[in-house]
Design a protein. Structure first.
Length: 239
């Protein structure tokens, strides 16, 4: 993988703009300053939930879809191969998620530290609270990283399926899978409650992290055979 290629530069600059500038600099950092200002000057009770992580889980899947779709025809037009573009997109996308979620957790640590120093009773919204995880920087970061890779991988997978099949066929196949999954679940042949079990049980964070990461990476790399010979234009909505 040539890091000096024009394809790498396009993917890198796309990630830097969408996740670095738009998400972190223009949205998340101002949200951090806003909640610090509110926490210092206003009395916040326990019913208040301070949230700065929400935009992250919107921009990561947005980059997975829009970032690739805008670069794809340009990169191929400049002489890049589909395989080369996919490899670069995987590497830059996963690295971007790792860095973005780390910076996000630095912001959340700053907010939590000042709230504790100022005796602010408000809670800071984080997915870890649904897993009954006590705050440590590492555990909270791993959960954000896990969900970031999950949303990136499955958003890109759904996009590639839609790209190759079109809207009508994608909806049909989605409904086929939903019907099959529902029948398998209620017939007792497959139990889909493992996610609920992981949440309700006191499972170690690394077990949950490993399980979700493996599923996410499988979903991401399924996109390789789907897009390696993809045409430059997606199927129409009527297809």
């Amino acid at each position: 993988m040539n890091l000096n290629s024009g394809t790498f530069r396009m993917v890198y600059e796309g990630a830097l703009f969408a996740l670095g500038k738009m998400l972190l600099l223009y949205i998340t950092f101002p949200l951090l300053l806003l909640w610090l200002f509110i926490g210092y000057f206003f009395h916040l009770g326990e019913e208040v939930i301070a949230a700065i992580s929400g935009p992250t889980y919107f921009f990561i899947p947005l980059f997975a879809i829009n970032g690739f779709s805008t670069i794809f025809p340009v990169a191929i037009g400049m002489g890049s191969t589909r395989i080369h573009l996919l490899k670069i997109f995987y590497a830059v996308g996963l690295a971007s998620v790792l860095i973005v979620t780390f910076i996000l957790n630095v912001f959340q640590w700053i907010l939590l530290t000042f709230y504790e120093r100022w005796n602010v009773a408000a809670h800071i919204l984080h997915p870890a609270t649904f897993l009954n995880q006590e705050y440590t920087f590492i555990s909270y970061y791993l959960i954000d990283l896990m969900l970031g890779i999950f949303t990136f991988s499955f958003a890109f997978l759904f996009f590639t399926i839609y790209y190759r099949l079109g809207f009508k066929k994608s909806v049909i196949w989605l409904m086929v899978l939903v019907i099959i999954g529902t029948l398998l679940n209620y017939s007792g042949l497959i139990d889909f409650s493992i996610g609920e079990w992981l949440v309700t049980q006191n499972v170690h964070i690394m077990v949950i992290f490993s399980f979700v990461i493996i599923i996410s990476l499988i979903a991401l790399f399924i996109t390789y055979p789907i897009m390696r010979n993809a045409p430059l234009t997606a199927k129409s909505k009527k297809d």
